[in-house]
Ligand binder design. Structure first.
Ligand code: ZN
Ligand code: ZN
Length: 180
């Protein structure tokens, strides 16, 4: 039996993690397993005061269980890649591991009043987006599709927490475990 793993670093809010796990399970079909990752302090960049998503993906590849089809990690840490100010997440296209950061999904990050519903919707959309990449989906030109590229929370908010018809069809056509 193969599982889709949804893994969490230690600081992740458990209730949000459970909600995201349930949403991913509903979209991609079970069985889904949880996994604890501990800290990602090793990926901390003291100059940027952020965490490198590339070293995080390397760690995930090393720790990816034998029975994992895919491993999506969730962290509260703010992630970056060298050429960008930040990333909401990163995943290997058609690969095994990806990561989503909750750090910039909360209204509080932007100095606004907390809003649980908005935060969870953003978390669902970004989890679907990165998992979609793992299953071979590329960025979609339809702004409402979960696979459209979002570089601001405003763009995330314009998306539906679902794939468009074309991406949904592509997803169902992909053979399980396609690797690149
Ligand atoms: Zn993307
Ligand atoms: Zn689409």
């Amino acid at each position: 039996m193969k599982y889709l793993y949804v893994a969490a670093t230690q600081e992740v809010e458990r209730e949000a993690l459970a909600a995201v796990t349930a949403r991913v399970a509903a979209e991609f079909g079970g069985p889904v397993r949880g996994m604890e990752l501990g800290s990602v302090d090793f990926a901390f960049d003291a100059e940027r005061r952020q965490y490198g998503s590339i070293p995080v993906l390397d760690m995930l590849l090393r720790r990816c269980p034998q029975d994992a089809t895919k491993l999506l990690a969730v962290t509260e840490r703010d992630l970056f890649i060298p050429v960008l100010t930040f990333v909401f997440g990163q995943a290997q296209l058609g690969g095994r591991v990806g990561v989503v950061s909750f750090a910039r999904l909360r209204q509080e990050f932007y100095g606004l009043a907390a809003n649980r519903e908005i935060f969870l919707e953003r978390a669902y959309k970004e989890a679907l987006h990165e998992t979609g990449h793992l299953f071979g989906l590329v960025h979609c030109a339809e702004p409402k599709c979960a696979m459209s590229l979002a570089t601001t929370v405003r763009q995330i908010d314009l998306k539906d927490d679902a794939f468009c018809a074309a991406c949904g069809t592509r997803l169902r056509r992909k053979p399980e475990g396609t690797q690149v």
